[in-house]
Design a protein around this ligand. Sequence first.
Ligand SMILES: [Zn+2]
Length: 530
Amino acid sequence: MKERLYLFDTTLRDGAQTNGVDFTLADKLAIAGMLDELGIDYVEGGYPGANPTDTELFATDRTLHTKFTAFGMTRRPGRSASNDPGLAALLAAKADAICFVAKSWDYHVKVALETTEEENLASIRDSVRAAKAKGREVLLDCEHFFDGYKANPQYALACAKAAYDEGARWVVLCDTNGGTLPHEAEAIVGEVCKVIPGDHVGIHAHNDTEQAVAISLAAVRAGARQIQGTLNGLGERCGNANLVSIIPTLKLKKDFADAFDIGVSDAALHKLAHISRALDERLNRGSNRHAPYVGESAFATKAGIHASAILKDPATYEHVAPDSVGNKRKVLVSEQAGKSNILAELERIGLKVDKDDPRIGRLLDVVKERETAGYAYETADASFEMLARRTLGTVPNYFDVNQFDVNVEQRYNAKGERVTVTMAVVKVKIGKDNVISAAEGNGPVNALDLALRKDLGKYQKYIDGLKLTDYRVRILNGGTGAVTRVLIESEDETGDHWTTVGVSANIIDASFQALMDSIIYKLVKSGAPA
Ligand SMILES: [Zn+2]
């Protein structure tokens, strides 16, 4: 019989502390959906009452399988639980579980909280009781637990015990400053599990010595049965324990896989690389190529003896199968391996081509050349498909955009207000017909998009359900100066999503390329006749 190990994600709360990360409500909902899809047991959404985004998030109904968790403080010292507005906001939040944070280091109780040790314990008990009375599952984050334990083990334990005895489902030991080492964590968690059953103990590690994953696994070895962490190790300072590294370790490494079940299925594990990259895309930042398991280079080998051995039997130089986490093997430089990557991609999108077809080599050259120029075909799956179809000669020439013009004007309107007005005009040739469309938009790309899709004649009905759902811009500094990469995410009436890319020194031109790819992709997908 395997034991159940629980995963608690705090990307949306602790991860929101990352320098340069600022989640919108839409970001939070999308990321919560990704975590839910992955099979994470608890998703901590944020701190209701602390900022408008989190307050709105917890006022919204959700349909997630995960236990959506609200974070907040225990009642303030010297107040009753019923007379604390912070606690009231937390209890009112639409959440399945509440995670309280409380001091567990006597020094912090005295200096930061300016109260007595007994009052801090009473605050923990009262808060747990109040949340349980509201029907919530309760967790207590014991802040500075490891430092507190080293200074005063009796008091640190008393804080944890107070919550457990009051009925908290989980007592979470936090290494708030991130300085604890794995062997220390293992010893201290072992001591805690003598007092509180391990299946009620969690670990919350920070990565300040680059060992947050190791600390989490050491805590599990010592008896803890909940791991808290974030996607891609997001978090304040050096980040939190990286769930994207922890999950495959638990699933694929024998010692853990034989002993524990987690909520992440084998099928969900296949999506891990995709989810990790999707998060970076959403944050508009490049993915770490060298990230364990999911990085683009995690299974990349340069040509030579390793590469030729890998081609004979991948297990020779790979610790796990790249496909198990949705990643890909890459053999750099080798022409042969590049070709097999392309062939695998073509098979995935349903294009049947003979492996010795000379056009494959041509496509490979074009992909390499364009990726060097800034195109990101791994993300822009639809643009890759268009490029492949064009190279293989199977995309009809539906229409030509002979000319477009985008005009941005700033002026005073009739009310004397300063306004910016954007207008786009496109001249499109569809068969024998010439069509001119104009549209106003809230910006140049929006206006261009609206004008382009306003009238495509006989093709209009095929693109009616097309919607742009995201638009992201990155400035790339190449060898020959800055270029702009635009990624556009589209959706249609069937709920399908796809991403297209454009690259140019000019942002409008880059956007135009990505828009065109998206429209043509939709026409091909819908089976529009040539
Ligand atoms: Zn933390």
